[in-house]
Write a protein that binds this ligand. Structure first.
Ligand SMILES: NC(=O)c1ccc[n+]([C@@H]2O[C@H](COP(=O)([O-])OP(=O)(O)OC[C@H]3O[C@@H](n4cnc5c(N)ncnc54)[C@H](OP(=O)(O)O)[C@@H]3O)[C@@H](O)[C@H]2O)c1
Length: 304
């Protein structure tokens, strides 16, 4: 027996003289919600990292995709689409399509998927016997389907996305006032690129299975604070003018279903006069502090 025989486990192929060592082959990762706020960053980071990536979209023709991405058409609400999307996939970034948990889990088990990173919601409360409102409820259903699945899951529970303020863009293009409900509603808005960076760490590295990450921005801000910061970053004096909640609810009801709208308004009302909790999970996972709302505005200045 040679020294080399003693040191090397038998399952490792030892390159012979004149033979090139092959770089380690990376496993395919499926990104769902790949055209969304977070999913598009997950996709870009994985491509930049040299990972083979497949993207699932209900309308792939409506988006422009990086050349490296294998794009498949499909809806998470349609179990028939899942087997093809999951073939050869090791890890999945999962958008929480309401009610899709059991069919997704069954398809992932059939396909031999190992890891699932779920984009859940900061509204999910582990101590509540019943989740408070439909948004927390359908995200909790997805989490519960994964918990009992034997798959290595990681749950990302973000606070509100800084990107929600893109709904102010029409108003800031027309003037210097943002009109909306609850000027003093508070949250810790989080940059979608930070959520994506945590997701990519959990998709590609060991040590994140069974973890629940609560992802917040670095500071508690009211709607009025956000409007002020938006103006400062754009070098214009923008301020928030509070309208009666019912009037705003009426306007938003054209685009948002009633039960979801009720949930949003209940959350806003309950947060008035409170400070939003801040976590350091983004820094713990990525090694970099969470980006500020000011940073987010600079990244999206052309939208306003
Ligand atoms: N906005 C917030 O403040 C906030 C806070 C915490 C958690 N969240 C959660 O984060 C998630 C993303 O929210 P978002 O508002 O940022 O969404 P978004 O960017 O609009 O993304 C939605 C994405 O999901 C895909 N999608 C939707 N339904 C699908 C289905 N049935 N099957 C397959 N793909 C589907 C869409 O892709 P295609 O159209 O290409 O299929 C789209 O790319 C949601 O679960 C939301 O509840 C949001």
């Amino acid at each position: 027996m040679t020294n080399t025989d003693k040191l090397q486990p038998s399952h490792i192929d030892i390159p012979q003289a004149g033979q090139q060592a092959q770089p380690e082959e990376k496993a395919t990762i499926l990104v769902t919600g790949a055209t969304g706020n977070v999913g598009r960053h997950v996709l870009a980071l994985l491509v930049a990292g040299g990972h083979p990536v497949r993207a699932l979209s209900r309308a792939p023709q409506a988006a422009v995709w990086p050349a490296e991405v294998d794009v498949v058409a499909g809806d998470l609400a349609d179990p028939a689409a899942l087997d093809a999307a999951l073939t050869g996939v090791e890890a999945v970034f999962l958008f929480a399509a309401p009610g899709s948990g059991p069919a997704f889990v069954a398809a992932a088990q059939r396909a031999g998927v190992r890891r699932v990173v779920l984009l859940s919601s900061g509204g999910v409360d582990d101590d509540a016997p019943v989740q408070d409102g439909p948004i927390a409820a359908y995200h909790a259903e997805l989490e519960n389907a994964l918990r009992g699945s034997g798959l290595a899951w990681t749950f990302l529970r973000p606070d509100v996305f800084a990107a929600n303020t893109l709904m102010w863009a029409g108003q800031t293009k027309a003037g210097d006032v943002v009109r909306g409900a609850y000027a003093q509603a508070a949250a810790a808005p989080v940059h979608e690129a930070d959520i994506a960076a945590v997701a990519v760490a959990a998709l590609t590295q060991d040590g994140h299975a069974g973890q629940i990450y609560r992802l917040t921005g670095p500071e508690s801000l009211t709607h009025a604070d956000q409007a002020t910061i938006l103006g400062r970053a754009l070098d214009r004096p923008i301020h928030y003018a509070e309208l009666p909640a019912e009037a705003v609810r009426q306007m938003m009801s054209a685009h948002v279903p009633g039960p979801i709208l009720d949930d949003i308004f209940t959350t806003w009302a309950a947060s008035v006069g409170r400070l939003a909790p801040i976590t350091t999970d983004i820094e713990k996972v990525t090694g970099r502090p969470a980006r500020s709302y000011h940073h987010w505005v600079l990244d999206h200045a052309t939208s306003f």
